[in-house]
Design a binder for this molecule. Structure first.
Ligand SMILES: C[S@@+](CC[C@H](N)C(=O)[O-])C[C@H]1O[C@@H](n2cnc3c(N)ncnc32)[C@H](O)[C@@H]1O
Length: 367
């Protein structure tokens, strides 16, 4: 899979005038945008609220920095779940970084929908620079229009559903469900719907509420661990933090803007349109962190609720194993764990497996 550096090279090839723009302009634009994204709890410039002095730099930052976030997440999740949709429609796509990630993994037909004709036109240049075939584009105001093409195997809302649903008058949850239902009408049976939102408290609560209110005929593929309702209550929020490796210029811009770009925080939901639900009963690793110097604690979402697993450093095999397991992985315990305090203790003879989530879950890496 192409790297963050590849992605950056494609964006700079697509925006040839960028050589006219100096580093300070790009860094100042990124700093202004990111401050506005944080203060408005939005993740888009579409409402006209997120404006910067230099509009060309604004476009570059959206494609380069925010686009890379979507490119990385889409790519990671498609690979984790072993999904390569033959066709994909990206709603509120901007320059279409999610579709680009899918295309790099083998998706044949990508359609991008956005109300910004300018962003859609930029997408063609980025896709061309990457060697992907040109996406089909549909200029659409998604508050009132939806995808009008032939059915697809995957619909993707990347950092767009929460914002779209709030921009329509009325109840945001009802609006989101209506937007999803319109999109799902164009998703073929056994196809998927992926929603990416910021891993902030409000982004996560939006995704958690949505998950609890989904209509029938859908299976939640991830990240949830089979409970009827999300077990994560205030003040917690369900999100995943993953390290990223942006390209060198991207890192340089972030450093000048004094923003940290070595990890991405995201809340997401992968849904399958199906009549036959699988009975997989995994745990989902939400986070892991050292607790003092002598132990590591891993927090998991399980069919029985949230649990904390504690592993002592002297349990060398498991301690090292936790170091290697990535947050977001699906786990299963094949031995009963001893209850200790308000969590469970992982002992040297405990057996925890990482599940391979490709279509038929199989054991991958026994400890
Ligand atoms: C945060 S950006 C996300 C862009 C892209 N999906 C990504 O992940 O980088 C939100 C996108 O939604 C688009 N958008 C916002 N309101 C829209 C509307 N009413 N109709 C169509 N697109 C809209 C914006 O133009 C913008 O490209």
């Amino acid at each position: 899979m192409p790297s963050g550096q590849d992605y950056e090279d494609w964006v700079f090839t697509a925006f040839p005038t960028s050589s006219q723009i100096d580093w300070d302009t790009l860094a100042n634009t990124y700093r202004d945008l990111s401050a506005q994204v944080i203060s408005t709890h939005l993740s888009s410039g579409s409402t006209g609220k997120l404006e910067t002095k230099n509009s060309e730099a604004n476009h570059i930052i959206w494609a380069l920095i925010y686009g890379y976030r979507t490119y990385f997440l889409t790519s990671r999740l498609l690979q984790q779940f072993g999904i390569t949709p033959n066709s994909l429609a990206e709603f509120g796509s901007g320059v279409g970084p999610g579709g680009l990630a899918a295309s790099q993994l083998g998706t044949k037909r990508v359609t991008l929908l956005d109300h910004s004709r300018e962003k859609l036109q930029q997408s063609a240049r980025i896709y061309a620079a990457s060697g992907s075939s040109s996406p089909q584009i549909q200029v659409a105001d998604l508050r009132t229009e939806t995808y009008s093409g032939t059915p697809v195997n995957m619909a993707l809302f990347s950092f767009s559903l929460a914002e779209l649903s709030r921009s329509i008058p009325g109840n945001p949850m009802r609006n989101s469900l209506a937007l999803l239902s319109n999109a799902l009408e164009k998703v073929s049976e056994e196809g998927h719907l992926l929603i990416l939102e910021a891993g902030t408290k409000s982004g996560a609560h939006f995704v958690q509420d949505l998950r609890d209110n989904l209509p029938g005929g859908l299976e939640i593929v991830g990240p949830c661990a089979s409970q009827p309702k999300c077990p994560m209550d205030e003040p917690d929020w369900c999100h995943f933090t993953w390290p990223i490796s942006p390209g060198s210029a991207t890192s340089r811009i972030a450093a000048r803007a004094k923003r940290n770009l070595d990890r991405v925080h995201s809340s997401w939901l992968l849904i399958k349109k199906t009549k036959t639900k699988s009975a997989s009963k995994h745990w989902r690793l939400l986070e892991k962190r050292p607790a003092g110097k002598a132990k590591i604690q891993a927090r998991c979402c399980t069919p029985d609720g949230l649990i904390t697993l504690t592993t002592l450093k002297r349990n060398k095999t498991h301690y090292k194993w936790w170091d290697e397991v990535e947050v977001g992985a699906a786990l299963r315990s094949e031995s009963s764990l001893e209850k200790k305090g308000d969590g469970f203790r992982v002992e040297p003879n405990s057996k925890i497996l990482v599940l391979d989530e490709h279509s038929s879950p199989q054991n991958k890496a026994p400890t």
